[in-house]
Ligand binder design. Structure first.
Ligand SMILES: Cc1ncc(COP(=O)(O)O)c(C=O)c1O
Length: 292
């Protein structure tokens, strides 16, 4: 028996996502930060790593990290799903919401993993070209959505690889009209000087917001997080693999921790810290309060 005869056709036609390792200090292809986090944070991370018991499974729900992220973003912990990078969360969205042969819509060019993961799970990838100045072609996008009936739409804003944040009125037009799950991938929000779309969760039940620590200097930790309505997150929880966030990504907290995050606020009240650099400085130490 040749095991390759059993391959799913979708997988046969895929090519592996290869990442070239180069010695260049600035890696534009990976969009990594060229800077380590501030020294005191790196030190705290190293101290936290020493508290890990390698023989034990990590906290299955990464509750400490989730509490800090909830406080930082203003959503309730049951509105949050953590992933091994946001790549994993893109996979969970596609497995949870798409049946056989349903479509995944996204503008093109954009982050390649939307199309790759869709194809790997046997879904139709439906790209719609951006305009010449890299804006959304909203009219065409909505026409295609009505015709093809995709169940998920991915919008990375700011977009990779074009670097621009899409015009807010166009994104809102899409949120008003698209009859499916709209994923706002905010991997690069901290560099945009814009508020993002978290506040819109209260208006749009099908909206899901994705963020990651990878682009603000902690790509090695592999922490992505998703925010949505609690009822949506509860369904995604069903396909999450146990222990998907490992002990290095969310190490155990010190028992005598004095840093107790306050209660989570509702998404409607997320108002502070929307400036790019200011936000980076604010949020990086807050994230690591969980480790102290
Ligand atoms: C738009 C976008 N979303 C998500 C990711 C994946 O990030 P992570 O490292 O959290 O898996 C990337 C990485 O390049 C990206 O460009």
């Amino acid at each position: 028996m040749n095991p390759l005869d059993l391959l799913r056709p979708e997988v046969r036609s895929l090519t592996p996502y290869t990442i070239e390792h180069t010695a260049a200090p600035v890696k534009l292809d990976a969009n990594e930060s060229p800077y380590d986090p501030p020294a005191e944070i790196s030190l705290k991370i190293r101290e936290a790593l020493e508290r890990i018991h390698l023989n034990r499974y990590p906290d299955p729900g990464a509750a400490g990290l989730k509490t800090v992220l909830a406080e930082m973003t203003g959503v309730a912990p049951d509105q949050l799903l953590l992933g091994n990078g946001s790549d994993e969360l893109i996979g969970y969205l596609i497995t949870t919401f798409l049946g056989q042969g349903k479509g995944v819509l996204f503008p093109s060019p954009t982050f390649s993993m939307y199309g790759i993961i869709a194809a790997a799970f046997g879904q139709r990838a439906i790209p719609v070209s951006l305009t010449e100045n890299f804006e959304l072609d909203t009219t065409t996008l909505l026409e295609v959505a009505r015709r093809e009936k995709p169940q998920i739409l991915f919008l990375a804003s700011p977009n990779n690889p074009t670097g621009n944040a899409f015009a807010r009125d166009q994104v809102i037009r899409i949120l008003d009209a698209f009859d499916g799950i709209t994923v706002l991938d905010e991997a690069y929000l901290d560099f945009s000087g814009t508020a993002g779309y978290l506040k819109e969760l209260s208006r749009y039940p099908g909206l899901v917001v994705l963020r990651t620590l990878s682009k603000i200097g902690m790509a090695a930790l592999r922490v992505g997080f998703l925010m949505g309505r609690a009822e949506v997150v509860a369904q995604l929880e069903k396909v999450r693999l146990p222990y998907n966030v490992n002990a290095c990504s969310a190490p155990p907290r010190r028992r005598h921790s004095g840093a107790q995050p306050g209660p989570a606020r509702s998404p409607g009240r997320v108002s502070k810290g929307h400036g790019g650099q200011a936000r980076r400085e604010q949020c990086v130490p807050r994230v690591f309060e969980a480790l102290l």
